[in-house]
Design a protein. Sequence first.
Length: 424
Amino acid sequence: MLLKKPRTIALRIFQSAVPRLSFVVAAFIIASAATISATAAPIVLPALPEPVSNNAVASVTIDDTQYIFSFMGLGKVKTHKDVHNRAWQLPIDSKDKPLQWQALPPVPSSLALKGRLASVAVGVNDSVYIFGGYTVDEDHNEISTPDVYKYAPVTGEYKLLTPMPVPVDDATALVYQDRYVYLISGWHNDGNVNLVQVYDTQTGQWQQASPFLGSPVFGQAGGIVNSTMVICDGVSVTPHSDKRRSFAPETACFKGDIDKENPFKIDWRTLDHPTGTARYRMAAAGDKATNKIYFVGGSTNPYNYNGIGYNGEPSTADDAIWIFDIAEETWAISKTDAEIPTMDHRGLINVNGSWSTIGGMLGAQHVISKVIPHFSTLAEVSCLSKRQTSSDVSKQASDGQADEVVKTATNSKCQHRNDINGEK
């Protein structure tokens, strides 16, 4: 790993140049060198073999190898003929070195049309679970599929599981306790639902949890850390007396705390919105290492599957990253590290602290094959570790002045990152 060499160099330099330097100050220098090397560059992953958008993505780790997956989605021409069921996997070894994307068997389907959009996928232990999505025919009829498949990377086989009680697409899927998968809201054939459908990967059974507190939506995004989930935005249905219903952005965020004794009971609460402007089909995920939930990209103009807004205007991608701190219940706003923002996502993938989207759309509704890193949490995790390290080391220090130097320098470096992110 990159961290080993800078740590050794830093220690040797300071041992030879300043042999009487206190252990406390030396510990601070080593930690600083580790932070610099860890944030030198994002982890770059190869592009998919083909452009794809609105694809279900997931990740699992088996025997020190991480596997990233892309299932189904929309091809570059963006017509109903480009909705497909192709699948790919990318192995990444324990040294964060990616191999090449490998073609997988197509995702099966119980419906006549095999290709699907707006499916969701999650990794649970050593398997991937794929839920729902919808088909589109030449007359633009859309059908939500009830299908649930388990894909086993070890065998390369799909297994059809108990179908969803209420088939949904454009929903949010979150995993709790490496067992329960929560499907939150989403679209069912003719309208949105406020359901929270929970699939137990151990028993293979479905159960309804506490309904979603907000307006039923599709195209929302969310993440979970431990028992806390956050869901933001999406699109709601607006009824009219003199014309057909219309679709409108739903500017709203909600926090749900899962009862530790009953996984089907959720305490939903409203949250302040980070910007006051809704986004559609963001990439989002929670991170246990930082205790935060991240929302990336998406569009402020909801659209049909081809990227043209329901208002008739071409949709564009947003470059902001929203960061919700669970402990502080505060929002921070940052910018993507990508040169061009992206939209039309179904998930956010973490490779050793480097967070990326897989495919998606750029401006002008351009479908891409790129795997784009948007930000890194390595420095933030290092700051959290250093705070703990400086606390532990200070208990052992005999030189009070040197101890104060460590505390001041460490806090200054980590505070600088918070200022950049605009944290409240």
